[in-house]
Design a protein around this ligand. Sequence first.
Ligand SMILES: Nc1ncnc2c1ncn2[C@@H]1O[C@H](COP(=O)(O)OP(=O)(O)OP(=O)(O)O)[C@@H](O)[C@H]1O
Ligand SMILES: [Mg+2]
Length: 325
Amino acid sequence: MEPMTLRAVGLCAGIPTQKGEIRAVNDVSIDVPAGSIVGIVGESGCGKSMTARAIMGLMRSPARMTGGEIWLNGRDIARLPERQRRALRGSEMSMIFQEPMTSLNPVMKVGRQVAEAVRLHANVSRQEADRRAVEMFEAVGISDAASRARCYPHQLSGGLRQRVMIAMAMVCRPKLLIADEPTTALDVTVEAQILRLMRNLCDAGTSILLISHNLGVIAQLCDYVYVMYAGRIVEQAGVIKLFDHPAHPYTRGLLNAVSSLRRGGERLDTINGVVPNLLRLPEGCSFSLRCDACEARCAQEMPELREIAPGHKARCHLAEREAWS
Ligand SMILES: Nc1ncnc2c1ncn2[C@@H]1O[C@H](COP(=O)(O)OP(=O)(O)OP(=O)(O)O)[C@@H](O)[C@H]1O
Ligand SMILES: [Mg+2]
């Protein structure tokens, strides 16, 4: 069996409210094999970031993890005491957050921030940490790295800040990098550079879990893809299989939205309707209310995530019919 960097099994996470629990992450299992880039794709609000935070052990209260196992390089880390969990962050696993500005310290020079990250995990002098920070800035394509290191976050463009975040996440050479929408705020040239950088990181031995709502980014970079909808995995497959033979009507809807853009359509041809309220999910399939193929049992019975071909799973009663039509 191939070695797994990350194996998340049956993750559940939610937010308690007066009206009940918002079940933002529902029985989500994700594998990231060593040396691969695995994607999570889905519309806004489907639970991608919360899944990432649950894996990192960085839930923001009142959100909390309510179940599941997280295996990092063969070790279950979900129930480790916070102190040990913290020691893993940075050295074994790190995350690039969706909001780079809010995750950088506004009153500390960016070089210092990266150097501090080094010193948290390695017993090195301040000079050595500074040197590694600048070296990392160069590695992520920050030109004039030494002088940029002396800037505060607000003095840098969005693209540079994102590179600083990546440098910070990478400086201790973690085995696993979780990148949550790493390029969403950037223009396409910078996006292309960052994506190339991630590919290089992966080639150098870091496994990556890449979160994006952009199927183009996913297609370019990922080896294997999970599609999330309303807190659950609804389809998973190798990237070519997923794009060539999408089995879930939701995945097909996402793909259609992209291809109509490519055809020069002005409007993103989105899927009808909106993501259901996570407090009141429909009884059957969560997608049934928006699904063109919906049949009577879809509204009554939640489909299992089942294997429809080797390495290809879908949570749809009609998956076989859909996949090959
Ligand atoms: N603090 C909070 N209070 C209430 N609901 C929240 C809170 N944080 C997240 N949620 C809800 O949890 C669900 C999952 O959120 P999450 O941020 O994981 O979505 P996402 O897939 O990352 O979306 P996006 O693509 O917009 O980043 C959403 O429905 C969101 O509204
Ligand atoms: Mg998010």
